[in-house]
Design a protein around this ligand. Structure first.
Ligand SMILES: Nc1nc2c(c(=O)[nH]1)N[C@H]1C(S)=C(S)[C@@H](COP(=O)(O)O)O[C@H]1N2
Ligand SMILES: [Mo]
Length: 256
């Protein structure tokens, strides 16, 4: 008799428990659904395609702050031997690389100084500066990566050579293709990272056209999107410069 009573009570307890989880399940699903609906009624953050809901952008901005406080500019990205570098380098993205209107012989790099003046620099001038090579695992957010070998001038060496001290005090560097179709914004700390280079070589040879001839950015602390091919101009700002993929919803900072 006694045993049966205990079992009875146990059964009641469990029935009550499963009833409670049932109610909780529906309540939480309801909250989740309402939250999701709310998110998609929030204003978008702008950008060419309308951007992403503001609360999501806030989330990215919080990530960015965390990243900035934990990012150690002295930390180097892992390097590989030149023999590990891919011989066939993958090509990805051709925005701003229209070849029809582009005249390689007339190309110069335009540096917009903080106060008014623009300085035009020829490739030969850049090639006279100390060369830095980097062999690292290039990562694209689309899910592929590849060890590749690049050579050029360190952004920091370039900036010192051209007397950009004032510009370096600003928060961001902006870079764009000569036709302004592709553009990136880089936080100054990452631009001055010792492995960030303005590259004019790939696998020890001049950059092939599709890889950004005559000059591209190689920034190993970030995903491939920021490694702008065919740099036309470089500018400086305290506010975030426009960024092609950030305008399309990606993280602005997009560090590794
Ligand atoms: N001008 C320009 N630069 C660009 C892109 C682009 O579309 N246009 N795509 C970016 C992306 S998403 C990646 S992954 C790399 C790919 O560089 P690769 O073609 O040399 O592999 O270039 C970046 N730089
Ligand atoms: Mo990419």
């Amino acid at each position: 008799m006694k045993e049966i009573k205990i079992q009875d009570r146990e059964i009641k307890k469990y029935t009550r428990r499963s009833w409670l989880s049932f109610v909780k399940f529906f309540a939480l699903t309801g909250i989740g659904f309402a939250g999701w609906r709310w998110l998609y009624t929030q204003p978008l953050d702008g950008g060419i395609l309308g951007g992403i809901p503001e609360p999501l952008r806030k989330g990215l901005e919080i990530n960015e702050k965390l990243f900035k406080t934990t990012f150690n500019s002295a930390r180097l990205v892992k390097e590989y031997a030149k023999s590990d570098a891919a011989k066939k380098v993958r090509v990805n993205g051709d925005v701003g690389l229209d070849t029809e209107l582009f005249e390689p012989k007339k190309w110069t790099l335009e540096i917009q100084k903080a106060v008014g003046k623009t300085v035009s620099v020829k490739l030969e001038e850049l090639m006279k500066l100390p060369k830095t090579e980097v062999v690292y695992n290039f990562k694209c957010i689309e899910g592929w990566s590849q060890v590749s070998w690049w050579g050029g001038v360190r952004f920091a060496d370039f900036a010192n050579h051209f007397g950009l001290e004032k510009e370096l005090l600003m928060n961001y560097v902006g870079m764009s293709t000569p036709d302004f179709d592709y553009y990136v914004g880089i936080d100054m700390e990452s631009a001055l990272h010792p492995q960030t280079i303005l590259a004019y070589e790939m696998n020890g040879k001049p950059l092939p056209m599709q890889h950004g001839y005559p000059l591209r950015l190689i920034i190993p602390v970030k995903y491939g999107v920021k490694s702008l091919k065919r740099i036309g101009s470089i500018y400086f700002d305290n506010e975030k410069p426009s960024d092609y993929w950030a305008e399309r919803g990606y993280d602005y900072y997009i560090g590794l």
